[in-house]
Design a protein around this ligand. Structure first.
Ligand SMILES: [Zn+2]
Length: 251
């Protein structure tokens, strides 16, 4: 009799859990994604046509960040990214032949030309901008319907340093110049496969001019008069707490 594995089972970015948000235990299949040789934790896709087992539910992975310990959320986040990468690399991007899963590495290998495709992360900067001793900049995303104000963020472009990305995104999104850019911490963010690199920076000059297709409002808020901010567990929340209350950033 084989031992059961704890399973991260995804359908899109939703994860199968029981009523208490615990993972199911399943018999391991050859097609499952393993985390480490010999351990009993696997990840697998749940096909759209497959039934949801009795007593289980699909929960969006982002809801679990507030319910699970950080280490477990990180493992789930890794699982969903690796499955998505595997699903999107079924063919060789060099010669078009069907690929195979590498037996020991996270790689998709082409049996025809031996090209190896590895998972990629997208570096993304996120910046908390302060003005004086008691104000920080928060911006409302134009694409969300909520009243939540977040931080300036965006993808790092090819050939750009992280600091240049901070300056460019700030200028593009809100028309401001910043300096004293300092690295704080990082967080993998599986929506879809980003590595969030957190910075703080200080306002230098400029009036707020919104990039209207991205940002619907942006303002400097007094520390004691903040609007609704991102939820605990997100790096944006930790950054705002760090600036206002000098709490440690997660390492
Ligand atoms: Zn090939």
């Amino acid at each position: 009799m084989s031992e059961l594995s704890l399973a991260y089972i995804f359908q899109h970015q939703q994860l199968l859990v029981d009523a208490n948000y615990q993972l199911p235990k399943v018999e391991k299949l050859a097609s499952d994604l393993s985390f480490h040789a010999g351990d009993q934790v696997i990840a697998r896709d749940l096909g759209l046509e497959e039934a949801i087992p009795e007593g289980f539910q699909l929960v969006p992975i982002r809801h679990l960040i507030t319910l699970w310990p950080a280490a477990q959320f990180l493992q789930a986040s890794r699982a969903v990214q690796l499955l998505e990468w595997r699903r999107n690399h079924k063919f060789c991007s060099h010669c078009g032949h069907e690929t195979q899963v590498h037996s020991t590495e996270y790689a998709m290998v082409c049996p025809a030309c031996n090209y190896h495709q590895y998972p990629r992360v997208q570096p993304c900067i996120i910046t908390v901008i302060t003005r004086g001793q008691d104000e920080l900049l928060l911006a409302k995303n134009a694409k969300t319907q909520t009243n939540m104000y977040g931080l300036i963020a965006g993808f790092v472009e090819v050939g750009e340093t992280l600091e240049e990305a901070v300056r460019r995104e700030t200028l593009e999104e809100v028309g401001l110049h910043v300096n004293n850019i300092q690295y704080l911490s990082s967080q993998p963010w599986p929506f879809p496969s980003n590595l969030m690199l957190a910075f703080k920076a200080e306002y230098v000059s400029g009036e707020i001019v919104l990039q209207e297709d991205e940002i619907s409002d942006a303002q400097f808020f007094k520390f004691n008069q903040l609007p609704e901010i991102p939820f605990a567990g997100s790096i944006a929340h930790a950054m705002i707490e760090h600036i206002i209350h000098h709490t440690d950033m997660p390492q």
